[in-house]
Design a protein around this ligand. Structure first.
Ligand code: IPE
Ligand code: IPE
Ligand code: MG
Length: 249
């Protein structure tokens, strides 16, 4: 497709999106970088590089749309099982990405935040991450939550531990969902209304199990590095056509 044709297509999708309310929070399981690279006989890391471009595109498109919260699954607690070389490559890519994109985030009033236990992340990348979080903390238009060393079961177990530590003994016999919620990484943030997973896999892989209780799920075969503005728009249009009942009629 020609550039001008893509632009026209995007414009049309945008007109459609604007007819209905936007979700406030979209979460994405960005999958398929490795397969994107294998298809081209590239090393896996090149797939992750192309994936970083897709992240930039998605953040920009989300900001233009006026989305409030975007959560991106970047590294799971299970991803430590990968070869050390890939892990190191991923974190150094993240460091470069953050250094390069901080200016863009500041200019567009976008804040970076994380969910997950970042204390286990290699110290250099961890420092850059904390710097970026601090530098962008005053930004309000779009919050980008990056899930790093994130696992949902670990998050819930940690929340329950904190709850027990901070509770009077007798209040623990009747724990309410709100009590647990208070200690989740996402405390205070609207639950994602839409969860997208790319690359044709149809599973959750330990991501936001609590928070997606009533999210609409959207699976696409597009590999993450190919994920475009048009794909984001299509997922939102699909979401806007769903009937959400929340157990009612
Ligand atoms: C997603 O792409 C990125 C991370 C999990 C870090 P993958 O690396 O999982 O790509 P595939 O699934 O092997 O294609
Ligand atoms: C999920 O992708 C984690 C991230 C996208 C960071 P994986 O590629 O790790 O998931 P599985 O192993 O296919 O379930
Ligand atoms: Mg994968």
């Amino acid at each position: 497709m020609k550039k001008s044709e893509i632009k026209a297509l995007e414009e049309n999708l945008l007109i459609q999106i604007k007819k209905n309310p936007l979700p406030e929070h979209i979460a994405i399981i960005m999958d398929g970088n490795g397969r994107w690279a294998s298809k081209r006989k590239f090393p896996r890391l090149r797939g992750h590089h192309a994936g970083a471009e897709a992240i930039r595109r998605t953040i920009t498109a989300s900001r233009e749309l006026g989305l409030k919260n975007l959560t991106l699954y970047a590294f799971s607690t299970e991803n430590w099982r990968r070869p050390q070389k890939e892990i190191t490559g991923l974190f150094s890519l993240m460091t470069r990405f953050l250094k390069k994109e901080t200016a863009m985030m500041l200019k567009n009033d976008i804040s970076l935040k994380t969910i997950g236990d970042i204390s286990k992340i290699p110290i250099g990348p961890q420092k850059t991450l904390i710097e970026t979080i601090e530098k962008t903390s005053h930004c309000r238009s779009l919050n980008v939550f990056v899930a790093l060393n994130y696992g949902s079961r670990q998050e819930i177990a940690y929340a329950v531990t904190r709850l027990i530590q901070e509770s009077e003994k007798n209040s623990l016999s009747n724990i309410q969902p709100e009590d647990i919620e208070r200690f989740l990484y996402t405390s205070g943030v609207t639950d994602p209304e839409l969860l997208i997973r790319t690359s044709g896999e149809r599973r959750i892989s330990n991501f936001l199990l609590w928070q997606i209780s009533y999210a609409e799920l959207y699976f696409t075969d597009v590999l993450w590095p190919d994920f475009s503005k048009k794909d984001l728009y299509n997922s939102i249009i699909d979401f806007q056509q769903r009937k959400r009942r929340f157990g009612g009629l």
